[in-house]
Design a protein around this ligand. Structure first.
Ligand code: MN
Length: 318
């Protein structure tokens, strides 16, 4: 089952290229009150699953997906937890070591944007990369979950782009200013329920910028699999329905520029498409207060990436 949030935060069931308005179809179902969010749908899913399956089979009163505006399938989760360097090939290209346990950081939940949305590059950022990640959406409240039970707490999966302003990182103190910008969390197009996905450990992943293939990987290459990530996260924090865990990027991160179109695809999860613009707002504190970091990372992160990934005519503008 594929679930979307669209237009004025309506909940939809995606069937092929058509979307069924769930709340309208179920009328005022007790388990899904007026104004219910995707988080409430997830919490009450066992009570409405059979009806949703009937809706899915019957096609119902559907509209074309091209006639609606997709939002992040999950709006305002209590947290978006991102995994650092969970593929050996990306750890190598990022020149970072592999740790014995997974490392995480938090991304603001309101950085999420849906498919069809727009990533806004900070005006002063010299290098903003796409990262392509499988995202896990939690289905049930849990804490201290052992890996062998962890997948039973998963509601579904979706595609996530962990946008990263490389030259705004202030290692080792915080990644907030590299990862936390508004719009730096494209997610979607839909949440695909775990029963439809099956194992999350063999999903092909691809990403194109302006039609050029930039990333091609498979979730089987994760250093820590989904179950191990849930175990590690839930050791620290209680996971709530709707929480998102991004599982780390495959290799092939490259910078994006104003006017670019990014399309990401993960097997069984569909395609996520966003466009890129640059903000006109000057983010002064970075250039003013972190001149050494700024220069060092700019040099490191724009060097030796080859002509394919750095578009010279656009770099001249920087
Ligand atoms: Mn990432």
């Amino acid at each position: 089952m594929k679930l979307v949030t669209y237009n004025d935060q309506r909940l939809g069931l995606l069937v092929g290229d058509k979307v069924i308005d769930i709340k309208r179809a179920l009328q005022r179902h007790d388990a899904l009150p007026e104004g219910a969010t995707m988080i409430e749908l997830i919490e009450n899913f066992p009570l409405i699953k059979a009806q949703l399956e009937r809706l899915e089979a019957g096609a119902g009163d559907a509209v074309e997906i091209t006639s609606i505006s997709l939002l992040p399938p999950i709006m305002n989760p209590s947290k978006v937890i991102c995994t650092v360097d969970n593929y050996p090939s990306h750890a190598a290209e990022d020149a970072t070591e592999i740790f014995p346990k997974p490392i995480f950081f938090l991304k603001p939940a309101n950085a999420l944007i849906g498919s069809g949305g727009t990533v806004v590059l900070p005006k002063e950022a010299r290098r903003v990369d796409h990262e392509l990640e499988l995202a896990v959406v939690i289905g049930k409240k849990c804490r201290g979950v052992p890996a062998r039970e962890a997948l039973s707490y998963v509601f579904g999966y979706t595609i996530f782009l962990d946008m990263s302003a490389r030259d705004f990182r202030t290692i080792p103190y915080s990644w907030f200013s590299m990862k936390g910008w508004d719009t730096f969390g494209p997610i979607g197009p839909a949440i695909v329920t775990s029963d439809e996905v099956g194992s999350p450990s063999a999903l092909e992943m691809k990403l194109w910028v302006n039609g050029q293939l930039r990333m091609h990987g498979n979730t089987r290459d994760m250093i820590f699999d989904v179950a191990e990530l849930i175990e590690a996260v839930s050791e620290v924090t209680t996971l709530l329905p709707g929480d998102v865990i991004a599982t780390g990027t495959v290799e092939g991160v490259t910078p994006v520029f104003e006017g670019d179109v990014i399309i990401a695809e993960i097997q069984k999860l569909g395609k996520l498409e966003v466009s890129v613009v640059r903000s006109s707002h000057v983010d002064i504190w970075h250039t003013k207060d972190f001149p050494e970091h700024y220069a060092a990372y700019r040099e490191r992160d724009t060097a030796d990436k080859g002509p394919d990934v750095m578009a010279p005519k656009k770099m001249e503008d920087l």
